[in-house]
Design a binder for this molecule. Sequence first.
Ligand code: GDP
Length: 297
Amino acid sequence: AVAEVEDAEEDLKPRAPIVTVMGHVDHGKTSLLDYVRNANVIAGEAGGITQHVGAYNVTLESGRNITFLDTPGHEAFTAMRARGAQVTDIAIIIIAADDDIMPQTKEAINHAVAANVPIVFAINKIDKPTANPDKIKESLAAMNFLVEEWGGKYQSQDISAKKGLGVKELLEKVLLEADMLELKANPHRNATGTIIESTLDKGRGYTATVLVSNGTLHQGDVVLAGTSFGRVKALFNERGQRIQEVGPAMSATLLGFNGAPQAGDQFHVMSSEQEAREITTKREQLQREQDLRTQKM
Ligand code: GDP
């Protein structure tokens, strides 16, 4: 296995929180993520992020950063957790104020609680005449999730993802929650992190969206994830711009893998391609043995 080295306290630097938005279908997850990606809550760089990326970082007017995971549904969250990847620091649970707490909302809350991930509630669609945010808060209270404005411990924010109302305030609340977690990482070590998604691009070969959990990933590093490896040929940020390196809690699209690693796979930086190849061979061998054993059973 790949050994983990403990970081010395003095090497640890504050890092951005990694946030997942979850909720019932049609409650506004996509609209919220789109608004955050495109709108002026992001300082500078007008126009926002146009292309789809599985993870992206936004800078707020305060200069602080939040990394959003934008994976299809919370299946990805569950799949990643099942593979042992705890990538999310904070969950935004989005609930439409003109609807109820739906099964998928409950499921999302349960996932976050099981993963010990703090929750911030976003009560959405408050621009609608039929919206009744108080009713949602009552239902949450009945489930033992009392919101802060009613004396509870859960932060919530009324928003309209469509109009951008309350989104800035929502993100500030996410940052407050992040402050309590005192998130830190060591930028001065070899990178480790998680594969968010990967595809085979006809022109460019295998591309993977990676989220660095610790260390800094550089162009030229040798990376290994599952049984795929390779030298990092190029890194791109969420705006499609070439970058030389990517630090903790930041994501990038990576070119250079010799195959498609799976979402949720951990990646590590190896000392050489030779080392990566050896580990890959061992992993493949183990996999074959396991397959044989399950066939016999
Ligand atoms: P998702 O399935 O959770 O990703 O939901 P979407 O973001 O696709 O939204 C579902 C529908 O609700 C779409 O028609 C959106 O335009 C609409 N919607 C989302 N947010 C709002 C909002 O704040 N106000 C209003 N009026 N409609 C919204």
